[in-house]
Write a protein that binds this ligand. Sequence first.
Ligand code: F6P
Length: 357
Amino acid sequence: MKRRIGLLTSGGDCPGLNAAIRGVARAAYEMFDAEIVGIADGYSGLINGEYREMKQSEFSGILTLGGTILGTSRQPYRNMRVIGEDNVDKVAAMKANYKKMKLDCLVTLGGNGTHKTANLLSEEGLNVIGLPKTIDNDIYGTDVTFGFHTAADIATEVIDRIHTTANSHGRVMVVEIMGNKAGWLTLYAGVAGGADVVLLPEIPYELENVVKAVEQRAKGGKSFSIIAVAEGAMTKAEAAMKKKERAALRAENPYKTVSHTLAEQIQKATGLETRAVVPGHIQRGGSPSSYDRVLSTRFGVHAAQLIRDECYGVSVAMAGDTVVHNPLKEVAGITKFVPVDHQLIQTGRHIGIKFGD
Ligand code: F6P
């Protein structure tokens, strides 16, 4: 049995992409006569015909490697059917290149945007399998995405390190964690790092509640406080605005992120010395954790099994401790937010974490 597989990684990178690529490739070479074509820089390579046939040896030695050996880029789904100034019909180009590469199927490793385009290509008749990656853990239909736990470990270590310096100086430290729409990373790192206040996009906050939490700690003899804030966290007033209005407000000063604004406000309101820390893309870099190496490998192997069985138009997922797959059309592009009554939020509340609401 012979299968010619196209592989691409799209959207923001994360630890575990190479481990998943390796999982697909190794299992495919084991299971059938596999030929693998690596497509460069996500959908951009598929549109522009930038690809090359890969050697089996290229999938060795990449289990622990951060980033993606294929390269990646963001190609917004909303523009996929829009013909721009370059006059390129992107969907037609992707279909033509798929044909030119003589692929039996395409495996796309990515987040919500990647899945939307994967579904579009599937509806256009291509054989597509999606693998869910993102540090945000916000893909509907899977309990967990690869990259998330590594990023949570990194963000936790940031908070741990901030803890000691906050304690020495008796400062309030506001640590900004990635996650524009969903607060999974902030919630996990906040609980794991022992943050005093955790602010998530899903739970709009009032500044006065954050200030009160910090002041209460100070009154109780704690000279420092740690606030873990998701980059997409917002006040109740901001949450009441239209999305465009909110975006315009933030765009007025793009370098003053939520943590900087909050640090300034807290210092002004409490008189306590306050600093903002933004670890940013450090959270996406470096080697995957053991958890993510295993998860990526399991997802990759499952994709190879699906290819062997010619089961396409699906996205691989974790349900409990079992790897499963969902129809792309049922999950593509649906954001998995943190439910506001999630047990981990309740756990946080029980140990005294304030969520600013
Ligand atoms: O989706 C992953 C993510 O890291 C988000 O947490 C963050 O909002 C976004 O990507 C940052 O995107 P970029 O790498 O394009 O700056």
